[in-house]
Design a protein. Structure first.
Length: 335
């Protein structure tokens, strides 16, 4: 059964809009940030990570975003290009804005946090007029992520991108990617998230993220089915609710639900799970696979990334995901 019809014969399979940042991941792991002395630099930002993941899986990808006009911005641009991501709509800031930094603290495999430096960041300065309609018309999928809605003008740029996607029949995916520090109030957050979600075909988020969106709703038991149904009354065809190590559930407009377990992982850190899951899941759907198989593929990709030091750089290829699944099936990876 086909739940989402992806436009065929477009130049690009997948385009994302939103933040391009730097992750500085602690080298000395299993200790607090106060005792961490060195970090390794990677490209970061959830939509960037997902796009790198899609590209590693062999999809033709592009990115719409804004980078600082400095060494960090140029590092990001060149990394995207090395990963065969079209950067023709990655624009350079001319106002002196800086690159967002995410310092990761890895206290233990289950206790990780991110310390963000996001004052005056270039990614939130993307203007609506800088979004190229043709690029979105040329893509089968447009992925938006919630953080880009946090401030103007990036907020309007994303809403404009949604208008273009609707106009050209580009499938819209919303990765909720809720980062409280970029928002000024829970009410503001819920209003803009809901406004964007109404237009989306596929919505991916954690239970906590959907709870935030239900600030003005009545779902006292935090029921996943109730959450999903709300979006089927708009444009959604698939709503995926992620529950960390407990796995994920996908609901479809036809009233079906599918559950996927997580794969075993030798966890180094848990962040990056959602981004790699999104890449694997969307890749599967775009191959015409069943929802279950696509979710399993996302879960295996997530296990690979959380068993690694980085998010972006660890995004696996098709061969690596297949090999991981085969090794798990042979019982070679069990934790
Ligand atoms: N500890 C874990 N062990 C194995 N797989 C995991 C673990 N945590 C997450 N995953 C896998 O990753 C998927 C997405 O994880 P999660 O629900 O934590 O999303 P997320 O909160 O968006 O992730 P992130 O930490 O990147 O923000 C899960 O459905 C599961 O398959
Ligand atoms: O999303 C961010 O800004 C930071 C990410 O790059 C980080 O790697 C992460 O949290 C992944 O979800």
């Amino acid at each position: 059964m086909t739940y989402v019809s992806f436009p065929v014969s477009r130049k690009l399979d997948f385009t994302a809009i939103g933040r391009l940042c730097i992750d500085l991941n602690a080298n000395e792991i299993n200790r607090p940030m106060e005792e961490t002395m060195t970090f390794t630099k990677y490209v970061g930002g959830s939509p960037a990570n997902i796009t790198i993941g899609m590209s590693r899986l062999g999809m033709k990808t592009a990115f719409i975003g804004k980078i600082a006009n400095d060494q960090m911005g140029r590092f990001i641009q060149s990394y995207l290009e090395q990963n065969t991501i079209d950067t023709s709509n990655v624009v350079s800031d001319d106002t002196g804005a800086v690159t967002g930094l995410a310092f990761t603290e890895i206290k233990s495999p289950t206790d990780c946090s991110i310390l963000m430096y996001r004052d005056n960041v270039a990614d939130l300065k993307l203007q609506p007029r800088e979004v190229q309609e043709q690029l979105i018309a040329d893509s089968s999928v447009l992925l938006i992520s919630g953080t880009a809605l946090a401030q103007s003008p990036s907020r309007e740029a994303v809403l404009q991108a949604l208008t273009y996607a609707k106009r050209h029949g580009t499938v819209i995916v919303f990765d909720l990617d809720y980062r409280p520090y970029t928002w000024s109030s829970a009410e503001e957050t819920a209003v803009y998230y809901n406004l964007a979600a109404e237009k989306c075909d596929i919505i991916l988020g954690t239970r906590e993220e959907f709870d935030m969106m239900e600030t003005f709703d009545h779902n006292p038991e935090h029921n996943d089915q109730v959450t999903a149904q709300k979006w089927f009354d708009f444009d959604a065809k698939i709503v995926v609710i992620k529950h960390g190590k407990e796995g994920s559930i996908a609901y479809t407009r036809e009233g079906l639900s599918h559950r996927a377990d997580s794969y075993p992982a030798r966890v180094v850190k848990t962040f990056g799970a959602g981004d790699s899951y999104a890449a694997g899941f969307l890749y599967g759907l775009m191959q015409g696979w069943t929802i279950e198989r696509s979710m399993g593929y996302g879960a295996a990709a997530a296990s690979i990334v959380i068993s690694s030091h980085s998010c972006s750089d660890a995004m696996p290829t098709v061969e690596q995901v297949n090999e991981y699944i085969a090794r798990c099936n042979r019982g070679e990876i069990t934790v």
